[in-house]
Design a protein around this ligand. Structure first.
Ligand code: PEP
Ligand code: MG
Length: 761
């Protein structure tokens, strides 16, 4: 094997001295002192100092050889302040020939550093956290060599281990937060629901923080060969994934694996690893060091694309460590105990697929987001998922008993028996309900007064499609096409878009699928497109507005939809239409694509319907006019309500302030249903309210005969509708819906009605 790296540069004396400092059983302060004196003599510098980040986020001079000892534990600075503070903030080395003339230089008279010109500082990093800064200084005005920078980075890594070790046992030098070993107390963590459901299981720490126990290699040549072997195994495993079964689960995961492959072959990443091993580190320590450097840099990045890259690099680093440990890599290969709840800081969808899916019952993250790839896939797979459980990893161990409450976004760690009993009761009730809904699956959804109400699914990814049959839905009432764009790292190509749409139509069989054209902007941001900064993105340049101003992307999508719908039934609709003109313009764009397909002799859909989403109050008042240009209307109640009540749907402080069962809102919904009926235009409601049984019975009473909702709504809504007389409820609510009504909500009235009539809501 050829190893294309420079020769080992670490001065053996320095490494020997460091080894000695590591082996001793002294106090941390004594170790730090030994470190600075070892660096001082081995690197032949005038000053070697260690600054550590203390509680309160101040850097404190904690050990020095060369500066005045009286300044130790006295000289302090904030991250960002002076040269040392700058290194802590940027997490990058700083190598200066003439430090004193640097604009950031801040003179500390108590240290006596006025005679030193050259300055080299490297961050002390662990797990993306900056723990401190290691500094060397000399009198002469020279830059330190690349090899010296490497050596100091290696020493900083060893130092980070010592500090963290001390932190773990609650030592005085604890830099940021205390970690207690082997926690035993029950704990409750409040996070956010990323995927609903209740589950009891056993904690499994995803990649427990493996600090490589052996940091310094005995034989650099042998270690270089070991690293090369690890990289070969890693690359082979990523190659296999790209062509493997997991990648075929969805186009999104295929692209994710392809991105991994790109990183796995990235020359810079591998080059940094090789350099670190040549400087004397073990391969594992080298992976850790390069990972820390990336983390520290990328965690500061605001750009979502860069932050997402951090994830890919993290995953790759983890895979390489596993390869170095001789582990077999591949989807489903990571073993779990039965009923495992996976705990991690972050998790990618590819990492998720590494685990045996039959045993994986729940997921808890310290970070993450509800719109992350992993969250979308978990919702589709029905795996309860709680995120943003801040600090939970410090207090959980593999094997702990855990209750994940994906309804309330709460995690119970090592719960008391009473909490377990309560939870078991809730699970039983949910289980019984799930069985009851399952029994309704094949029953036609007809109300007591003979009204058939179509219950459809909101979907967006391949993983959603099997649910059509699982819950017995009548079709897909809202296919959010932007999901494919959001979970990909690159803009999906025409072929990929076409394939997804075709798969959706195939999965639905004879049932209709309604594709919504791209609804981008607002909260739906693509990782590969620079967001346009806007004061009010929800009412900004989004959805159809982008499509009409820059028609290229939508025409491309319409082409894909037409190709997927060739010789089939194709339904499409446009989001966020505000005026009739916009609908006319959007339809004209579509017609152009149809003409293009005809001129190219392409097969066309055998049935074609073009609808409009009604999501703005202005269009509600023009509903009759828009019916002339739309084959169907779909009320996007999430947006309609946010604009009607001027309450941001993503702002928890205001989103629940107004009840959609407010008589004013119901009057608008009734107006739309009535006008559509007069115009003979089919109308449905999609959005969250359709999934809530109480709201759904009201919608049925207002005249809606088609509801589209998230999968969890179908069972409960059907159970309610089967016991409803729509006309009777319509008569009950009519008097409260006049313009004179002063009620803020009809909720109690409808609740009473349902209770009296045994309608389960
Ligand atoms: C809506 O606004 O009701 C809707 C279904 O669209 P989205 O939630 O995707 O904005
Ligand atoms: Mg909407």
């Amino acid at each position: 094997m050829t190893v294309d790296v420079k020769n080992n540069t670490a001065p053996p004396r320095l490494m020997q001295a460091i080894r000695k400092a590591m082996a001793g059983t002294e106090s941390v302060q004594e170790r730090l002192d030994h470190f600075v004196s070892a660096i001082h003599s081995s690197m032949q510098v005038k000053v070697a100092s260690i600054y550590l980040l203390r509680p309160g986020a101040e850097l404190e001079l904690s050990a020095t050889e060369g500066l005045k000892k009286s300044a130790v534990h006295k000289t302090r600075m904030k991250p960002g302040e002076g040269l040392v503070g700058h290194v802590a903030l940027t997490a990058r080395p700083l190598n200066l020939a003439d430090a004193q003339n640097h604009p950031l230089f801040s003179y500390r008279p108590e240290t006596g550093e006025d005679s030193f010109k050259s300055f080299l500082a490297v961050p002390i990093l662990r797990g993306g956290r900056t723990l401190g800064v290691l500094v060397v200084q000399s009198e002469d005005s020279r830059s330190f060599t690349e090899a010296e920078v490497e050596d100091l980075l290696t020493v900083a890594m060893v130092l980070a281990e010592i500090i963290t070790d001390d932190e773990r046992v609650g030592g005085k030098k604890a830099a940021l937060k205390g970690i207690t070993l082997a926690p035993v107390k029950p704990e409750i963590f409040e996070g956010k629901t990323f995927a609903p459901g209740l589950v009891k299981g056993t904690a499994h720490l995803h990649l427990p923080p493996v600090a490589p126990s052996n940091l310094l290699a005995e034989d650099v040549g042998a270690e270089q060969a070991r690293l090369e072997d690890g990289i070969t195994v890693l690359r082979a495993s990523v190659d296999a994934m790209v062509s493997g079964e997991a990648a075929s689960l969805s186009r999104a995961s295929k692209e994710i694996y392809e991105t991994y492959r790109m990183f796995a072959y990235d020359r810079k990443w591998v080059g940094r690893l090789r350099e670190a091993v040549s400087s004397g580190l073990t391969s594992e320590a080298a992976v850790e060091r390069v990972r820390n450097e990336h983390r520290a840099r990328l965690m500061k990045a605001k750009d979502p694309y860069l932050r997402a890259r951090l994830h890919d690099l993290e995953d790759l680093a983890n895979r390489l460590i596993r390869a170095l440990g001789g582990e077999q890599l591949g989807p489903g290969n990571r073993k779990l105990a039965d009923d495992a709840i996976l705990f991690a800081r972050e998790l990618g969808p590819a990492e998720l697929l590494d685990y045996d899916r039959k045993k994986l019952k729940g997921i808890v993250l310290e970070e993450g987001s509800a719109t992350s790839h992993a969250a979308i896939i978990c919702r589709a797979l029905g795996i309860p998922f709680v995120g943003r459980a801040d600090g939970i990893l410090d207090l959980i161990e593999t094997g702990d008993l855990v209750l994940v409450d994906g309804e309330a976004g709460v995690v119970h760690v090592r719960p008391l028996e009473t909490a377990q009993d309560n939870f078991a009761m809730r699970m039983n009730v949910k289980g019984a309900l799930a069985r009851a809904y399952d029994a309704l699956k094949s029953k036609p959804n007809v109300t007591l007064d003979g009204q058939t109400i179509s219950l459809q699914l909101n979907a967006g990814l391949l993983v959603d499609l099997p649910q059509l049959d699982q819950v017995g839905a009548d079709g897909i009432g809202l296919f959010r096409t932007e999901f494919q764009f959001m979970v990909s790292d690159f803009m999906p190509k025409l072929k990929e878009q076409t394939a997804l749409y075709r798969d959706a139509i195939d999965a639905a069989g004879s049932r209709p699928v309604t594709f919504r054209t791209l609804d981008l902007g607002g909260d739906k941001i693509l990782p590969y497109v620079d967001p346009v900064p806007e004061e009010n993105p929800a009412i900004g340049w989004r959805a159809i507005r982008i499509a009409l101003d820059r028609p290229g992307l939508m025409r491309y999508q319409l082409r894909a939809l037409l190709a997927a719908g060739a010789k089939r039934h194709l339904r499409i609709m446009f989001p966020m239409v505000t005026t009739v003109d916009e609908m006319i313009a959007a339809r004209a764009l579509f017609d152009r694509e149809v003409d293009r397909a005809k001129s190219l002799d392409l097969d066309l859909p055998e049935k074609l319907e073009v609808g409009v989403m009604l999501e703005t109050p202005s269009l509600a008042w023009q509903v009759s006019a828009v019916c002339d240009h739309a084959d169907f209307v779909s009320v996007g109640a999430n947006d309609l309500m946010q604009f009607f009540f001027a309450a941001d749907r993503d702002n928890a402080r205001v989103s629940d302030r107004y009840d959609p069962l407010h008589p004013a809102a119901l009057s608008v919904l009734k107006f739309v249903a009535d006008r559509c009926a007069i115009n003979n235009t089919p109308v449905s409601v999609c959005g969250e309210i359709a999934a809530r049984p109480l709201e759904a019975v009201v919608l049925a009473a207002l005249g809606y005969r088609s509801l589209s909702m998230p999968v969890t709504g179908i069972g409960p809504v059907k159970a309610a509708l089967l016991n409803l007389d729509t006309q009777d409820l319509a008569n009950v609510i009519a008097p409260y819906m006049s313009v004179e009504s002063r009620l803020s909500s009809l909720r109690e009235i409808v609740q009473d009605y349902c209770q009296k009539n045994a309608i389960p809501v």
